[in-house]
Design a binder for this molecule. Structure first.
Ligand code: CP
Ligand code: NVA
Length: 303
């Protein structure tokens, strides 16, 4: 593994290896066992969109691993004034040991990887959010102790989360059913990949999708960059919500996940959110451990 650009690039073995290392790093952190595997290393973090979890977990994670993290706001870098990403990549490769980037176009992340010669991590694009999904898989395994045979149901927009979750969950052996409104399906590349799996389904009805689900996911109706579509999306996504009616048909011990930030009473009711808050905030915590594992695998000398 040279980079983490999207879930599609990871093999099942690589996903499991990351999750196992994440579990180990979580254990080491909780038991005060030193794990400074990135001592002396510096990671840059380019943000072209807002962030709470990604920024704080990457910065803290790098610190806990003995390295440094540099927050690079694109509006304060020359990239924000039009310097090509190809040149930025070649310059940053001379200073840094790795870069995490949050941006719009997936092509920008792929270009950074192509032109630079240091590991690149995708911290969210319009197409994908692999760091989040690794944390999600870690959380599912913590709660359910397995993947095989579990049903994941995602309700809402066919966005970056839907793309990465579909690919990630199928790769580890889960059944996947999505409920998306017409016109808001995941990317063609996701659907082409998913349709190879007999245990993949996409429907329009959230209650149908949630039947016997072990894990339910949702995400905001309008993602970052879609601010001008908020009103139109409120109409298109009405009813695409995790609520009591949806939970009533899921398995009695079903867990609920949300990458956050959540818009209560839109994609999830306050009641369901609060009933499953432990699972949701464990998921948020696991961003830290999963990303530390990715950084150690990409930038560390550890076998
Ligand atoms: N889930 C997630 O990526 O959160 P932030 O946008 O706060 O980083
Ligand atoms: N789909 C959301 C996820 C935020 C973590 C967005 O892209 O804004």
């Amino acid at each position: 593994m040279k980079h983490l650009l999207k879930m599609m690039d990871l093999s099942t073995e690589e996903i499991i290896e990351i999750l196992n290392l994440a579990d180990q790093l979580k254990y080491e952190l909780k038991h005060g066992i030193p794990h400074t595997y990135l001592s002396g290393k510096t990671r840059g973090m380019i943000f072209q969109k807002a962030s709470t979890r990604t920024r704080v977990s990457f910065e803290t994670g790098m610190y806990q691993l003995g390295g440094n993290a540099l927050f690079l706001s694109s509006s304060e870098m020359q990239i924000g004034r039009g310097e090509p990403v190809q040149d930025t990549a070649r310059v940053l490769s001379r200073y840094l040991d790795g870069v995490m980037i949050r941006t719009y176009e997936q092509a920008e992340v792929e270009n950074l990887a192509e032109y630079g010669n240091i590991p690149i991590i995708n911290g969210l694009t319009d197409l994908s959010h692999p760091c989040q999904v690794l944390a999600d898989l870690m959380t599912i395994r913590e709660y359910k102790n397995k993947f095989e045979g579990l049903k994941m149901c995602y309700i809402g927009d066919g966005n970056n989360m839907a793309n990465s979750l579909t690919v990630g969950c199928l790769k580890v052996g889960m059944d996947v059913t999505l409920a998306c409104p017409e016109g808001y399906y995941p990317a063609e590349s996701t659907l082409t990949f998913a349709k190879q799996y007999p245990n993949f389904k996409i429907v329009n009805d959230p209650v149908e999708a949630a039947k016997d689900a072990d894990v339910l996911f949702t995400d905001v109706w309008a993602s970052m960059g879609q601010e001008s579509e908020v009103e139109q999306r409120k109409i298109a996504f009405k009813g695409y919500q995790i609520n009591d009616a949806v939970m009533a048909v899921a398995k009695p011990d079903a867990m609920v996940q949300h990458c956050l930030p959540a818009h209560r009473e839109e994609e999830i009711t306050t009641k369901v959110f609060e009933e499953h808050a432990n699972e949701i905030f464990d998921e948020a915590e696991n961003r830290l451990h999963a990303q530390k594992a990715v950084m150690v695998m990409l930038m560390g000398d550890k076998d």
